[in-house]
Design a protein around this ligand. Structure first.
Ligand code: FAD
Ligand code: NAD
Length: 461
């Protein structure tokens, strides 16, 4: 029976990163992954393929509709969807094989099959090459799957989840997206740019719940102008295929017909059939494994969990932070993740990025704050590149000036937010950002100006 210091179940960003870090720290590590390719949801059917399609569809739209605004004439722009999908698949496979290479480099043993915890210290690998492994420690990093919705009959074809929406063989004439969250907006935008009419049905009266309301409201207006049809306050009761067409029903509304439906109402943890019940590993009401955040140990000593299968934002970089922290904790080092400094980015055009507290959270918790806002309209670089929509908003403590939250709607917001994350991680004040030199002309100057705005002293407005 093979023996390992650590057996990781799941080869996504939480699992593979933990495996690499543990191997670097001298442990004999194995990773059990049920799919042929490593990288998890993120690399295979999540972050990476969606960003490949977002980029390609943005370029297509740019060439088709916007290059003339820059004085560039192009005629005969056409869409080659099979080539676009092939490029996306190529990006995915180059990255997933890259992880396999990193496993070899770090001498991590890979088992292909479904992992199941038999008892503390024992993992069974079910599949064509069954095995039973002994492990000093076990790490569960099994990730998540798309949440179902009562009445919505997902057939993996016309009615599907994000996985199908990453590979539609042709552009739907009319796509209905259920859920105006991150997946709904990103993949809704991809297909809208490629020519589909996209209707987004959202249960709440706003898009992107959890994001700062002021920023989400402005984003909604911009995305609406780009053609996304948002129908808010809609409770979807059913979606099914009738005679080759999809029919979607909402409370109190006439049924809507469309070609395809994308169900995107959140994700749930992969915690079933893992052997957790036998061991009585504690989970919360929604099935997420509960852990001690100072070690990532579950309620059963010797068994740990990280990533989408434990509570917290379901993000690849959050899973990675937890994977590293857990591995370091196992090696006797400091185990810590600062959840106040985990950024969130929605890769629409413009992007929406945030870190720390929203204005609503500060109000609700009675924390006194000051606010500085600076629009990209007054930023020279944004004007020069034709991307003057959106704004930067900084929230700082009213008394200490410590930066508590930063929210950016604008071109490259996902890259710009890194400065704000570092500021929060280092406990910076808005004055620290205001006094930091930012190269001119850059979009990042809008962050400096928003920091000036906290104190009512913007220069360029
Ligand atoms: P996963 O990546 O889900 O990996 C878990 C792995 O465990 C999987 O490979 C699975 O096959 C395997 N597994 C499960 N059970 C078993 C078992 N019993 N035995 C063996 N193997 C098992 N996040 C971002 O930060 N940025 C983005 O831009 C982004 N875009 C996304 C786009 C889409 C369409 C989707 C669906 C998600 C996106 N996410 C994004 C979220 C991100 O993919 C997840 O937060 C991240 O993958 C979680 O990592 P993980 O390691 O916890 O789980
Ligand atoms: P989400 O939680 O972001 O959004 C789900 C949306 O569906 C919410 O707006 C919710 O109000 C709505 N909803 C719920 N029930 C509904 C109903 N019955 N009818 C209509 N609307 C309903 O979930 P998601 O978009 O499915 O994404 C899942 C996870 O994947 C997220 O947690 C996200 O963090 C992650 N993800 C991240 C990125 C990124 O970081 N760029 C991209 C994609 C996915």
């Amino acid at each position: 029976m093979p023996e390992h210091d650590l057996v990781v179940i799941g080869g996504g960003p939480g699992g593979y990163v933990a495996a690499i870090r543990a191997a670097q720290l001298g442990m004999n590590v194995a990773c059990v992954e049920q799919e042929g390719a490593l990288g998890g949801t993120c690399l295979r059917i999540g972050c990476i393929p969606s960003k490949a399609l977002l980029e390609a569809s943005e370029l297509y739209q740019m060439a088709k509709s916007h290059l003339s605004e820059y004085g560039i004439g192009v005629a005969g722009v056409t869409l080659d969807l099979p080539a676009m999908l092939k490029r996306k698949d190529g990006v995915v496979s180059s990255l997933t094989t890259g992880i396999a290479g990193l496993f070899r480099k770090n001498k991590i043993t890979r088992y292909t099959g479904r992992g199941r915890i038999v008892s503390v210290g024992k993992v069974a690998v079910d599949g064509p090459q069954p095995a039973e492994l002994t492990a000093k420690k076990i790490l569960i990093a099994t990730g998540s799957y798309s949440a179902p919705l009562k009445g919505v009959e997902v057939d993996g074809n016309l009615i599907g989840t994000s996985t199908e929406a990453l590979s539609y063989p042709d552009v739907p004439q009319h796509l209905i997206v259920i859920g105006a969250g991150v997946i709904g907006l990103e993949l809704g935008c991809v297909w809208a740019r490629l020519g589909a009419k996209v209707t987004v049905l959202e249960y709440l009266n706003r898009i992107l719940p959890g994001m700062d309301t002021e920023i989400a409201t402005e984003a909604q207006k911009i995305l609406q102008k780009q053609g996304l049809d948002f129908r808010l306050g809609m409770r979807v009761t059913s979606a099914r295929v009738v005679g080759g067409r999809c029919v979607v029903e909402c409370d109190g509304q006439s049924p809507i017909e469309c070609d395809r439906v994308l169900l995107a109402v959140g994700r749930l943890p992969n915690t079933n059939d893992l052997g957790l019940e036998n061991l009585n590993i504690a989970r919360n009401q929604r099935g997420f494994i509960t852990v001690d955040h100072n070690s990532f140990e579950t309620s059963i000593p010797g068994i740990y969990a990280v990533g989408d299968c434990i509570p917290g934002p379901m993000l690849a970089h959050k899973a990675e932070e937890e994977g590293v922290a857990c591995a370091e904790g196992l090696a006797g080092k400091y185990c810590h993740v600062n959840y106040d400094a985990i950024p969130g980015v929605v890769y629409t055009d413009p992007e929406i990025a945030s870190v720390g507290k929203t204005e609503e959270q500060l109000k609700d918790s009675g924390i006194p704050y000051k606010k500085g806002v600076f629009p990209f309209l007054a930023n020279g670089r944004a004007k020069a590149i034709g991307r003057a929509e959106g704004r930067v908003k900084i929230l700082a403590h009213a008394e200490t000036d410590r930066v508590l939250g930063v929210h950016i709607l604008g071109a490259h917001a996902g890259d710009l937010i890194a400065e704000a994350v570092a500021a929060i991680e280092f406990g910076a004040s808005s004055e620290d950002i205001a006094r930091t030199s930012h190269a001119h002309p850059t979009l990042a100057e809008a962050i400096k100006e928003a920091a000036f705005a906290v104190d009512g002293r913007t220069i360029h407005m």
